[in-house]
Write a protein that binds this ligand. Structure first.
Ligand code: DGL
Length: 256
C-alpha cells in the first residue's frame, strides 16, 4: 500500500494547482492525475450528476491502484465527498473555499468568495459559512465563464479581465479585504487578479492546505512512501492542449 500512488481528479486542469503543491510537499509519492475534461465544467451540473461523475472518477483511480484520493475540485468536494467517504473505504482529501482563514483575518468584516454555482449552492459551503463566518459579511459570486476560458488555455487578456470585472467589481466596491478563490481553476488567474484587484485585497487559495492535509492523512494511515522518487502519470478524456500547456509539455499525457 505504501508504494501505491495518490489519485487526484478534477474537471480538467484546475487540480494541477493542487498537484503542484502535493508534489512539492511529498516528493516521494507517486501520483496519478485524472483530468476529466470531457465532463467539464462541473459547476453548472445538477448535484446527482456531480455525484455520479465523482464516483466514476474515484472508481477509475482505485482500479488503477490508488491508496488515497484527492478530490481536487471544490464543486465535486462540496457536493459529493460525504457520499464518497461512505461508499469507498479509503482516505479522501477534499477542497472547499477557505472561508475560515479569511473570516479570521478580515479587518473590514467583508470577504469575497468566487466559486462555481455548484459550490455556492452546496450544503457544505453553506454550513461552513454559518459555522465560521456568521459574524462577517460574505459577498459571493459564481465565476460563470471562467472555467471554460481556462480550460481553453486562456489565463489572461481582455476576455478574462472583462469577466473578472463583471464578477468582482461589486465586492471590490463594498470593500472586501480578502478574496477566497473557491475553484481550483482560478489560481491560474492570480497574475491578472493581482493586477486588477486593489492591493488592500489579499487573495486566498487552499492548495498548500490540501497538500498538508494529504501528508497528515498519509502519516495517520501509515501509508506514506518514504523511500521513493515520485513518478507522475497524467490521463485525460477530452482535449489535450491545456493539460500539456500547464505541464509545460514536460510529461507524457495519455487519453483514456
Ligand atoms: N475546478 C473545479 C472547482 O474547484 C471545477 C470547476 C468546474 O468544472 O466548473 O470547483
Amino acid at each position: 500500500m505504501n508504494n501505491s500512488p495518490i489519485g487526484i481528479f478534477d474537471s480538467g486542469i484546475g487540480g494541477i494547482t493542487i498537484f503542484n503543491s502535493i508534489k512539492k510537499l511529498l516528493p516521494n509519492e507517486d501520483i496519478i492525475y485524472f483530468s476529466d475534461n470531457l465532463n467539464s465544467p462541473y459547476g453548472n451540473k445538477p448535484i446527482e450528476t456531480i455525484k455520479k461523475i465523482s464516483f466514476n472518477n474515484t472508481q477509475w483511480l482505485l482500479d488503477n491502484g490508488c491508496k488515497l484520493i484527492v478530490v481536487a475540485c471544490n464543486t465535486a468536494t462540496t457536493n459529493s465527498i460525504s457520499d464518497l467517504r461512505n461508499k469507498f473505504n479509503i482516505p479522501f482529501v477534499g477542497i472547499e473555499p477557505a472561508i475560515k482563514p479569511a473570516a479570521m483575518k478580515t479587518k473590514t468584516g467583508k470577504i469575497g468568495v468566487l466559486a462555481t454555482k455548484g459550490t455556492l449552492s452546496s450544503d457544505l459551503f453553506n454550513t461552513t459559512s454559518i459555522d465560521y463566518a456568521s459574524n462577517i459579511e460574505i459577498l459571493e459570486k459564481n465565476g460563470d465563464g471562467l472555467v471554460e476560458l481556462i480550460e481553453n488555455g486562456i489565463f489572461e487578456g481582455i476576455e478574462i479581465e472583462n469577466l473578472l470585472h463583471k464578477h468582482l467589481d461589486f465586492m471590490i466596491n463594498k470593500k472586501i479585504d480578502h478574496l477566497v478563490l473557491g475553484c481550483t481553476h482560478y489560481p491560474f488567474l492570480i497574475k491578472v487578479l493581482s493586477e486588477l484587484l486593489p492591493s488592500s485585497i489579499k487573495i486566498i487559495d487552499s492548495g498548500e492546505a490540501v497538500a498538508k492535509q494529504t501528508k497528515s492523512l498519509l502519516i495517520n494511515n501509515k501509508i506514506e512512501n518514504k523511500s521513493n522518487q515520485g513518478k507522475y502519470s497524467f490521463y485525460y478524456n477530452g482535449d489535450s492542449a491545456s493539460l500539456n500547456k500547464v505541464l509545460n509539455h514536460k510529461f507524457e499525457i495519455k487519453r483514456i
